[in-house]
Design a binder for this molecule. Structure first.
Ligand SMILES: [Zn+2]
Length: 407
């Protein structure tokens, strides 16, 4: 079998698939807006939303084409094989040379698109709060973190495979899973590299949130406000921390835009996720996905005959990671249909929890404010919802919340 042609076909098919989704998404901008969300945008804002979404969609098409073209050309010309000897001929040096080259070219092609997205399109529609300075320092921090992660994973794969052979699947999956847990553990610390946190001032909101959460057995360590407005006017809120002890993080944009009862409604929803152990279920599903990654990585390193067709003399672990990524481009869309369906069910359950706490009306108005602030799509194509949406559409959520209220 010619592995190079197979890889090129997969890259082309995956590019075509993503472009097709982009076309469907663009067509859906003309879909009629459902009755129960028709008051989210006035006609002027809705026209603006359509222009904004069309610009984002065009940028997406160029970005898909550019990144697919780059990968296609690098594979076609055996560029990775050519780069592999640059840091020396040792197994680790050859692998790291390929990994660094791949991560750097990805950053090089990704950053201009992100610049257009953040600093031009988001700026034009009034969402961007990022200064050029913050943008540059963010990208430098991100690139450094992703280089460290990519090199770390490559070394890990090299070590585990040369050490354990076929038993590496379990160990590699276990280490990846431990890393995911570790990242969610250090996430609160990581966000501190990018943002500043201050304690929420004493008052009605703090008392209500603390009372509601403690009523369900949670211990609230702190309620903090994050300076998200430094980067964007978009808004959000989340729980941080393990077990029953939680830190609540509110975006400053949320505190400014919502009434105390609406913020409580958002948090009753988050608490619903906690009560149904949704984070734990998400972690189980990531355990399945790291197992898939480990299987694909094992397949890539156990077939030395693959590598000569890409310009290598033998197995290159850095390139094995790239091949793993290409193979997963086929599996991931199928896997995400299942995980997204499960996630949407969890969202309905969490909304029902907020309704049960007596916040149905406030949740509806909070969700409408969130949709407005985040410039959400009100009438996405059902096929896109099935494939990509981790949350039901606003209209679906409001219908479900209203049904809870009637029961
Ligand atoms: Zn949720």
């Amino acid at each position: 079998m010619n592995y190079k042609i197979l890889a090129l076909i997969i890259i082309a098919v995956s590019c075509a698939y993503r472009l097709a989704l982009s076309v469907v998404r663009r067509k859906s901008f003309a879909n009629p807006v459902p009755e129960n969300v028709s008051d989210v945008y006035d006609s002027e804002t809705y026209a603006k939303w359509r222009r904004y979404s069309a610009e984002k969609a065009s940028l997406e098409v160029y970005s898909i084409l550019a990144s697919s073209f780059l990968t296609f050309v690098l594979i076609l010309t055996n560029a990775f094989g050519w780069v592999s000897g640059m840091l020396g001929n040792g197994v680790y040096a050859a692998a790291l040379a390929v990994t660094l080259f791949s991560a750097l070219t990805e950053a090089l092609i990704g950053i201009p698109f992100q610049y257009v997205d953040d600093m031009i399109i988001e700026q034009k529609y009034g969402f961007n709060r990022t200064t050029k300075q913050t943008f540059v320092s963010d990208r430098i921090k991100e690139t450094v973190i992703s280089l460290i992660l990519a090199c770390g994973l490559t070394c890990l794969l090299t070590l585990v495979h040369s050490w354990l052979g076929s038993r590496m699947i379990i160990v590699f999956a276990a280490i990846l899973f431990a890393l995911i847990l570790l990242i969610s553990f250090v996430f609160p610390f990581l966000t501190k590299i990018f943002n500043k946190f201050t304690d929420l001032e004493e008052g009605e909101l703090k008392e209500k949130l603390t009372a509601m959460l403690e009523g369900h057995g949670y211990h609230v360590r702190a309620i903090q406000v994050m300076d998200a407005s430094k980067r964007s006017s978009k808004t959000n809120a989340y729980f941080a921390g393990f077990g029953k002890t939680k830190t609540i993080v509110l975006y400053d944009t949320l505190v400014k835009a919502m009434t105390p009862d609406e913020i409580c409604a958002v948090f009753a929803h988050e608490m619903g996720h906690g009560l149904h152990r949704d984070t734990l279920k998400n972690q189980l599903s990531s355990l399945i996905s790291v197992f898939l990654i480990a299987c694909a990585a094992y397949a890539a390193v156990s077939l030395p005959e693959i590598y000569p067709s890409f310009g290598f003399e033998g197995v290159n672990y850095g390139f094995a990671m790239i091949l793993t990524g290409i193979a997963l481009d086929i599996v991931n869309p199928l896997f995400s249909i299942l995980t997204n369906a499960r996630s949407r069910r969890a969202e309905y359950r969490a909304d029902a929890q907020a309704a049960a706490e007596g916040y149905a009306g406030q949740l509806v108005s909070a969700l409408k404010k969130l949709a407005r602030a985040n410039f959400s799509h009100l009438s996405p194509a059902p096929v896109i919802v099935m494939l990509e949406y981790s949350h039901p559409t606003l209209s679906q959520r409001i219908s479900a919340i209203e049904r809870c209220g009637k029961r």
